[in-house]
Ligand binder design. Structure first.
Ligand SMILES: Cc1cc2nc3c(=O)[nH]c(=O)nc-3n(C[C@H](O)[C@H](O)[C@H](O)COP(=O)(O)OP(=O)(O)OC[C@H]3O[C@@H](n4cnc5c(N)ncnc54)[C@H](O)[C@@H]3O)c2cc1C
Length: 414
């Protein structure tokens, strides 16, 4: 059953992440926004040590704890805890949150689609002495929303028992940190058979240092500027046979592809959590600055008696809180291993809207103060939009939710 009481694990991790956000993020947030490409190593080193010492409170579900919970028939809380951590870290700075080691989309993909042996092998790398990043590379120049258009290929070389990968992946978040700055890996989506469409697509773990895998471009972005986004080129990049996540069989169905897509059911509500951290930061700062300017906000009045600003603030609170409930339901379902494709898509699409609307409204209400670089409000408005783009745009997540609600299959509603 869903409980609205915060567990000890949630409260403890919120305490840590709030301290980090207050002391390691907010004071340098503007600096890293204005110096895109600079890496916040102090934050990265600190978080690596802190998460390591907290064990189960790392940003990727702790395998031993999960096994213990399963054995004792206790529901895992890993994703609920992560959602709270991510919300708080993104309240501090969403770009910094994307620079958190030990987690990332790559390890989420291993967690969602890997075999128990693969989880053991690829997730234990995160627990080493040095920080490690992981990334996931799906998008190509002609394959964004439509993954079936992926043209990167993977061919098994039976003589060496290795997969040979070729293709070019763009917009890979944390790709530089995963492949160059640390000894991490990128999970690359490629096709075993271009004729087979989605049924042929699988994901492969490509470790840093793999010959033939190189970063060729770093994007200059609107927001989340402390996070790197890169192009990854694969030219006959070879990885061992067991680096394919899940089954190598090409089945007539899209079962294998769906396995890879499971990653998104887990990660979309976590993107929503990040979006809501930014939205909360903007809302709280708006209220603080209004108070500083001598504007009193009277809550609890009938709408007709409110000022337009008071009415706007009520709407912002309503959007924020309702979206958080939707998000928590989606992560709770991840922990309970319930099918949550619909809830996951709904939380992500709604959070993308909410953070965009709240941050824009904050700039609007505050006028020159909102627009000025003296405060972080304008930065949060720039940081917001990505939540409506990556891991399925708002339109794509609307399609997924609509299909689930109306009982249509992909080919009937697109
Ligand atoms: C900063 C950043 C970081 C990113 N990180 C990663 C990453 O780590 N890994 C990764 O693989 N990718 C990443 N991406 C890529 C991102 O996931 C894609 O940009 C996104 O999926 C959209 O794909 P596209 O850009 O090709 O747009 P398109 O698919 O070409 O879409 C263009 C527009 O058309 C709309 N559209 C498309 N199809 C439909 C439809 N059927 N119905 C209605 N509207 C539709 C879309 O919603 C969008 O508005 C990142 C992107 C950015 C900007």
């Amino acid at each position: 059953m869903i409980s609205f009481e915060k567990s000890k694990a949630v409260s403890q991790s919120q305490y840590l992440t709030k301290t980090v956000a207050d002391n390691m993020m907010r004071p340098v947030s503007r600096h890293f926004d204005e110096n895109e490409g600079e890496i916040p190593w102090d934050y990265i080193e600190f978080m690596h040590g802190a998460l390591k010492s907290m064990g189960s409170a790392s940003l990727v579900p702790d395998q031993e704890k999960k096994k213990k919970d399963e054995k004792e028939k206790r529901p895992s809380q890993a994703y609920v805890v992560m959602a709270h951590q991510i919300e708080m870290l993104s309240w501090g700075d969403a770009g910094f949150y994307l620079c958190t080691p030990r987690g990332g989309l790559g390890s989420a993909a291993v967690e969602a689609a890997g075999t128990p042996e693969q989880k053991e092998k690829f997730l234990s790398i995160l627990n080493g002495d040095k920080p490690v990043f992981t990334a996931m590379a799906i998008t190509e120049a002609d394959a964004g929303s439509d993954n079936s258009a992926i043209r990167a290929t993977a061919v098994l070389d039976e003589d060496t028992n290795e997969w040979v990968l070729n293709g070019e992946k763009i917009f890979v978040t944390a790709g530089h940190k995963a492949m160059v700055d640390t000894e991490g890996y990128t999970v690359v989506w490629a096709s075993l058979d271009l004729e087979a469409g989605r049924a042929g697509i699988r994901s492969f773990v490509v470790p840093a240092g793999t010959p033939g895998a190189k970063i060729t471009n770093k994007e200059i972005k609107l927001g989340i500027r402390s996070s790197d986004t890169v192009t990854l080129v694969l030219e006959n990049a070879r990885v061992p046979n067991d680096h394919i996540l899940g089954s190598p069989e090409i089945e007539k169905s899209t079962k294998g592809f769906k396995g890879a897509m499971q990653t998104f059911n887990v990660t979309r509500p976590l993107v929503a959590s990040s979006a809501l951290g930014v939205a909360r930061a903007a809302l709280e700062e708006t209220k603080r600055l209004l108070k500083e300017q001598g504007v009193e906000l009277r809550m609890g009045l009938p709408r007709v008696k409110m000022t337009s600003i008071e009415s706007d603030i009520v709407d912002m609170e309503r959007m924020l809180r309702s979206c958080w409930l939707l998000t928590i339901k989606a992560v709770w379902m991840s922990d309970a291993r319930q099918a949550n494709a619909k809830e996951s898509a709904m939380s992500k699409l709604y959070a993308g809207d909410v953070v965009t609307k709240i941050t824009q409204k904050a700039v609007e209400i505050l006028g020159p103060l909102g627009y000025s670089r003296e405060y972080l409000i304008e930065k949060w408005m720039r940081d917001a939009k990505i939540n409506d783009i990556y891991e399925g745009t708002g339109q794509i997540n609307r399609l997924i939710a609509a299909r689930a609600l109306l009982g249509y299959r992909g080919k009937d509603l697109r």
